[in-house]
Design a protein around this ligand. Sequence first.
Ligand SMILES: NC(=O)c1ccc[n+]([C@@H]2O[C@H](COP(=O)([O-])OP(=O)(O)OC[C@H]3O[C@@H](n4cnc5c(N)ncnc54)[C@H](O)[C@@H]3O)[C@@H](O)[C@H]2O)c1
Length: 346
Amino acid sequence: MIPKLNIVPFVSVDNMMKLVLSIGVERFLTELAEVVEEDFRRWESFDKTPRLAAHSPEGVIELMPTSDGTAYGFKYVNGHPKNSRTGRQTVAAFGVLADVGNGYPVLLTEMTILTALRTAATSAVAAKHLAPRGARTMAIIGNGAQAEFQALAFKSLLGIDKLRLYDIDASASQKCRRNLAGFGLDVTICGSVEEAVQGAEIVTTVTADKQYATILTDNLVGSGIHINAVGGDCPGKTELHADILRRADIFVEYPPQTRIEGEIQQLAPDHPVTELWQVITGQIPGRRDPRQITLFDSVGFATEDFSALRYVHSKVTGTAFFEELDMVADPDEPRDLFGMLLRAAA
Ligand SMILES: NC(=O)c1ccc[n+]([C@@H]2O[C@H](COP(=O)([O-])OP(=O)(O)OC[C@H]3O[C@@H](n4cnc5c(N)ncnc54)[C@H](O)[C@@H]3O)[C@@H](O)[C@H]2O)c1
């Protein structure tokens, strides 16, 4: 059957949850990580641009487009750290995948849940190449919406089985531990960052605050650890003390965007960084030395959302986990758009 061109599959929040659960969260993260990694391997075939950001005192709204020449994708996403006080998400998103050949959308989907999955999958892909071999313990500082996804991606891809949680709001850590019960992780709630990083080979920072915060200070960072810095992703919003950055080997997604938004906004614009895709393709080594401090300065890049869109598109096809949206005005006679409008009155 030839698909109707005006009909676009739409994956609602409800259907995204059903899709993820039908696949299994850990399998979803593992498969998505494979797609993310595959797309990093063909980095040079993507159109790349720093995301377009509209800032306000309360937060940011961003558009993240990219294309591999065959498909085009974009995500709309916000970042409003104070939103949780009024019962809203800090990060909410949706996205579109389109056919470059004719420009028609082929998928519209919620991306709030999908962003948490893709961010965690990307962090784990980076850690696979950068974290100390055999790492079993991860500290997670900031136990909000992203935290469990990070925990499960690191469990599935790296074999992390011990978590040390810290959040300024202890109820967030308790929520995280409750949600992770049954996933085979040994979870300890800690009373400070200092306590949380004890014995951790990987430290994930995933807090939300629209300011230059200092979640990790230099004295807390021992040699040999891998830092997965996720929460600093906006101009004026960072998590790490600059001294840590000066001791670490820094790995980034797309330098023109990370220089504006990442932890490295605190450093000189020519401070050396390594692009993650070059590590993934084997052009540049990741971890070279057991004492080396590696830092993935994650801000989230459009290709990762593109990977997530194309993974979801492949997975929903043939399932019941989407609705059909009458989204594109598509008259039988292409030039008779007005005629189609008039006929709707009949
Ligand atoms: N890099 C990326 O690709 C990417 C993707 C998604 C989200 N993010 C960022 O990750 C961050 C977390 O997102 P979220 O959806 O989990 O937010 P959230 O609001 O649900 O959770 C943030 C948590 O951080 C805690 N927190 C704030 N300040 C803290 C501090 N000083 N010490 C310890 N904990 C602290 C809060 O109490 C809260 O529980 C945000 O800044 C968001 O913009 C980045």
